[in-house]
Design a protein around this ligand. Sequence first.
Ligand code: F6P
Length: 547
Amino acid sequence: MNGKREVLFDQLKKLKVEVEKNSLKELFELNPNRFEEFHVSLDDMVFDYSKIHFNKQILSKLFELIKLCNLEEKRDAMFKGDKINITENRAVLHTALRANLNHSVFVDGEDIIPDIKEVLERMKSFSTDIREGKIVSSTNEKFTDVVNIGIGGSHLGPQMVTQALKPYHDGPDVHFVSNIDSSHLSDTLKGLNPATTLVIIASKTFTTIETMTNAKSAKKWMQEALGEENANKHFAALSTALDKTKAFGISDDRVFGFWDWVGGRYSIWSAIGLSLMIAIGAKNFEEFLQGAYEMDEHFKNASVEENMPIILALIGVWHRNICEYATRAILPYDQRLESFTTYIQQLDMESNGKSVSLSGKQLEVNSGPIVWGEAGTNSQHSFFQLLHQGTSIVPCEFLVAVNNHEEGMDIHNQLLIANCLAQSQALMNGRDINEVKTILKNSGLDDEQIERLAPHKVFRGNRPSSTLIYKKLTPKILGKIIALYEHRVFVEGVIWNIDSFDQWGVELGKELATKMVSYIQGNEPKGLDSSSVGLLMTIKKWNKNIN
Ligand code: F6P
């Protein structure tokens, strides 16, 4: 595929030169139907990509990529449980967790659906019993607080979705601890009553140093307050490593398993969603799964021209490989999606931040870009300066809900939406020097002042963006949005011909940290560079607890 893909990329680069003869603004003037031609709808979501600087000819060339890389075949292989994560020899089946559970999906000849059903049913009854006070604490009280201890995929998903679905939150308060920094656990536990707190340890491997260190400290906190035997009644675990959860002292009926075919960053749909389910209830959690399922079906069945994840992915490839933009910004105009970009950073960059192809060869084209962003309108008052006037072009992905959840606060919603639409318009249209000069003249400035100020007030515009609007941030719509981004990452990974489901890049740092901690704890540093030695010496001088 590689040679042919490069040929297509070259053709696309030529088309880019052509299309850029007209600015984005001019493309809209030339074609008043641009929105009609460049948007795709799915139920209560509309994805507008008319402000991407390309045209129909380019889009059909991009569609050729889909055929060239056998996307359909690879997509089907994922859904049916082939071991597409080749470096870990694993199937990739997060989609099975939200599938129609009346069908079978096989891994190594075994139907995995019965196990999925069993864990889901146990999660539902456990979360309902916690919410209704049928499962009580060691002091016979209702649990008022849940602390989810996990990191990476065992944290970002439950944390982001719980925050996003705050209006549906009618269970105990849920708190999240991820960082090994003692402040995170300590600040979280400070206001909590151990007697009414349930700690959920979320870790696929049950070995992750951050999670296990926090879990042990939380256990100590609980034991000091309630005694050893009682403390165990305040713990539950979400893991694939059932032997390790037992060794930690968690009884089997409090352990909710999942499987090696669920990647950490794709695990919100599994037992890792338990804290979320406790917060919003089983029914809302099922709506969330249903939303993702509907996006899966759309991804499987819609034609490429109407396929939201495929189009989003092709825009990503257009920007990364043809326009050579190094980053993309994700900008939810939705405060409850404050953590969405962080979540997508793991999903996207841990999946597609790779340098070698599936066969281990150095990539000849760029893979995943840097993903960053922040909720609007806050970000307008921080980094939007660079988006509008900086020397780098950053394609922006806006997301905005049409309806808010709050009664009697319509003005907030109207202003939020207006700001979102205005930003994409400003990025596209910009403001040229003549317009700036006219504005300055009308404001009464003299010629000298106008000459001096005008260049600073020019917006070159012509900056691409897309906008995803959705009716309301409901569990179902959020499920759809997350699945949309998951499939986007998958399609891009297929085009780049990489393993989007491993994450070897996180291992070296972990390994070196293990050695480094022995030096911090007193072992003589061996074979270290002078920077590390210099830092270690200073640390030892300044911290009386380190020898
Ligand atoms: O360090 C990366 C990573 O392996 C992620 O992929 C994963 O989501 C996270 O660590 C947490 O792992 P675990 O759930 O096994 O504790």
